[in-house]
Ligand binder design. Structure first.
Ligand code: ADP
Ligand code: MG
Length: 293
């Protein structure tokens, strides 16, 4: 299912957490919702889930306006950073919980929970309680619980932040796999550009409540709309050089670039670190001060 936000705004007393956002999340794809802490990612997610009420603007699922629809009617699966599992219940009971809530017969609920456990590769852990599982395993249970109702959209809010570095890499591949296998429209919130770049079909990048750009990871990396996006993606960061266009050329330390503009103006050019090459005949002479292996 496609999700469309139109001029969506959420104000808390002084803060406008989401400011007139118009965004389309593609059907069946994994969209990374990326931006620095406090830029409005979680607020956007909770507006889609219906946990927050929009101050103004609209939310559409396919072409149906759901802006005022109750959260439980939206068909959302939600996964939080801290897993939010019930500690006194086993993995199986946790996964079955949304179904039991919906009065699905116990036998069917058990079967569906088992299927989900197979999908997220925790079949052998169904009798354990959260305290007896690793962070990654608990997060798998949380994902199974979110998917068991067969939601129309899966929303993940920084789901990997509590995991150690290695597990984080493993789980992000797992989320990608699970998303592909189920084909569920997924929005994955993260502040980690590398995480977003590595698993997203499409990235939405925000800053201070404002949408900056929607693009594939490659497009966004190669053709950022502004300096904020250019700097937010890539590690080591892009080199930004203040210079000017004079008579249709940019001249940086003797390196001359032709540009389309005929007007003279100040410009900033961005060069990704990996785009530099050693060239003994280059007019640009540099001293190497340090290097890292
Ligand atoms: P992110 O998830 O990108 O870190 P949030 O969506 O949580 O950002 O927050 C966006 C802005 O809205 C922040 O300035 C935050 O302090 C503010 N905010 C979020 N939730 C609330 C709330 N319940 N009450 C007041 N301000 C909030
Ligand atoms: Mg957040």
């Amino acid at each position: 299912m496609k999700v469309r936000l139109e001029n969506l705004t959420k104000e808390f007393e002084e803060v406008t957490a989401v400011n007139k956002a118009t965004i389309e999340f593609e059907e069946g794809k994994l969209t990374g919702l990326l931006g620095p802490s406090g830029c409005g990612k979680s607020t956007t997610l909770y507006l889609i889930a219906g946990l927050f009420r929009a101050t103004s603007g609209s939310i559409f699922f396919d072409n149906v306006d759901v802006t005022k629809l109750m959260p439980e009617k939206r068909g959302i699966g939600l996964v939080f950073q801290n897993y939010a599992l019930y500690p006194h219940m086993t993995a199986e009971q946790n996964i079955m919980f949304p179904l039991i809530n919906q009065k699905v017969p116990k036998k069917e609920a058990k079967e569906r929970a088992k299927k989900m456990a197979q999908l997220v590769h925790i079949e052998e852990l169904l009798n354990r309680k959260p305290g007896q599982m690793s962070g990654g395993q608990q997060q798998r249970v949380a994902i199974a619980r979110a998917l068991v109702k067969e939601p129309r959209i899966l929303l993940l809010d920084e789901p990997l932040s509590n995991l150690d570095a290695r597990l984080r890499l493993e789980m992000r591949e797992e989320i990608k796999r699970i998303q592909r296998e189920t084909g569920v429209t997924t929005i994955f919130v993260t502040h980690d550009q590398e995480e977003a770049m590595s698993i997203s079909d499409q990235i939405v990048i925000m800053k201070d409540g404002f949408l900056q750009q929607v693009a594939t990871p490659r497009e966004m990396y190669d053709d950022p709309v502004n300096q904020f996006v250019a700097k937010f993606l890539g590690n080591p960061p892009i080199n930004l050089i203040n210079t000017k266009i004079t008579n249709g050329v940019i001249n940086v330390e003797g390196l001359v670039f032709d540009v389309k503009s005929k007007d003279d103006m100040d410009v900033v050019i961005g060069i990704r670190p990996e785009a530099f090459m050693l060239d003994s005949k280059s007019p640009v002479q540099v001293d190497v001060q340090t290097y890292e292996y």
